[in-house]
Design a protein around this ligand. Structure first.
Ligand SMILES: *Cc1c(COP(=O)(O)O)cnc(C)c1O
Length: 370
């Protein structure tokens, strides 16, 4: 048997007639950027989140940058972010000329340790930017409580959490704005680069809309500096086709997570992810913890049996060369540093068959117990 980490090809084959139809329509009309499909997708995704507004962008990284930039984050500001995330979260802050201030992991959820956010607030802190990592929502009531007591803004990085919910409400509705990514491997993925921002703030929406296209509303009239962060029609059309399947795909991911959990339950060497109370986790990734001295050998063992695994993320951001100038050192974030050596992402995608989940589990078991 062969178990890829994710299987975009078989998803495509099932959607092929629908995809071909919208692509043919785009080539027929030959409007390629921010046209009819971007408009339709923006409205459909806002409706899916039950958010007032959604603006499509050229990537998730651009979405993080644009929401912070339009939200007024600039040089001299600090933004509190988790140390365990994809680097784009911190880059969005840096691209505004501001400084990311890192927080260690919560030991059970891998998310930002909410208890450690308040101690990072200084006079320069402008905002908190939690990440719903691996598809698991952060406790946004706690984050909002801390931020509002100190009069700071909240932004969400929901790049891994399309349609994840906290207390029944979709993430993307808990702060000033939220960034989403539609990178092909995300739960809702385009056929190239794509992202977007949700907001319930009409003024900010208008500003982001302008800044997405060179600060202009009317062609060649520029009210401010912006960028080119527009989405392509091809990506919007693909996303529009796929959006109607997202809830079903997320439900299937949850089912696979449940299977892994029960098949691995009695293995004391493997700790499965814990769902936080009030969180509807959508398992963008299924990340387990195994003993650090066994992790790489287990990966190799699985690879030999045609099972692909991943590491999300092998080096916490404070130890990346890119952030050496912030002068953090090993030992600053003990939970994240320890977990970086223990994490292992198992294959996870809605196309996975039950037999494949069993095959992965049986092989993990045989690695530890022969
Ligand atoms: C994927 C991702 C991004 C960036 O998205 P791109 O579309 O790849 O630019 C940002 N933050 C997190 C947490 C992500 O997982």
């Amino acid at each position: 048997m062969n178990v890829p980490f994710l299987d975009l090809k078989s998803q495509y084959l099932r959607l092929k007639p629908e995809i071909e139809e919208v692509l043919a329509d785009i080539f027929e009309h030959s409007a390629f950027i921010c046209g009819k499909y971007v408009d339709l997708f923006e409205k459909a995704f806002a409706a899916a989140l039950v958010a007032k507004r959604f603006i499509a962008t050229s990537s998730g990284t651009d979405a993080v940058h644009l929401m912070l930039w339009a939200g007024g984050i600039g040089p001299g500001d600090e933004v509190i972010v988790p140390v365990n995330t994809f680097i784009a979260t911190a880059e969005g802050v840096s691209l505004c000329g501001a400084t990311p201030v890192f927080v260690d992991n919560d030991p059970t959820s891998y998310n930002i340790d909410v208890e450690r956010v308040e101690e990072k607030i200084t006079s320069r802190t402008r905002a908190v930017l939690p990440v719903h990592l691996y598809g698991q929502p952060v406790d946004m009531d706690e984050i909002n409580d801390i931020a509002s007591r100190h009069g700071r803004m909240v932004f969400e990085d929901a790049c891994q959490a399309q349609s994840a919910r906290f207390r029944g409400k979709a993430v993307g509705n808990f702060g000033t704005a939220a960034a989403f990514s539609f990178f092909p491997g995300k739960n809702l993925g385009a056929y190239g680069e794509a992202g977007g921002i949700s907001t319930n703030d009409e003024g900010l929406y208008q500003k982001m809309l302008r800044m997405r296209g060179h600060g202009s509303v009317e062609r060649y009239v520029h009210e401010s500096i912006g960028h080119n962060y527009r989405m392509e029609e091809i990506q919007a059309a693909v996303l529009l086709v796929k959006l109607k399947y997202l809830d079903g795909w997320n439900a299937r991911r949850r089912q696979i997570a449940g299977m892994y959990r029960s098949l691995l339950a009695d293995l004391k060497e493997v700790i499965c992810p814990v769902e936080s109370a009030d969180a509807y986790h959508i398992y963008h990734l299924f990340v387990v913890l195994v003993p650090a001295d066994k992790r790489d050998k287990l990966r190799e063992f699985l690879q030999k049996r045609n099972i692909a695994t991943g590491l999300h993320y092998p080096i916490p951001i404070h130890l990346q060369k890119a952030y050496a100038h912030l002068d953090y050192k090993r030992g600053d974030f003990p939970v994240a540093e320890k977990q970086a050596n223990e994490i292992l992402s198992l294959p996870m995608c809605p196309e996975m068959k039950d037999e494949q989940v069993e095959y992965v589990s049986v092989n993990i078991r045989s690695y530890f117990h022969g």
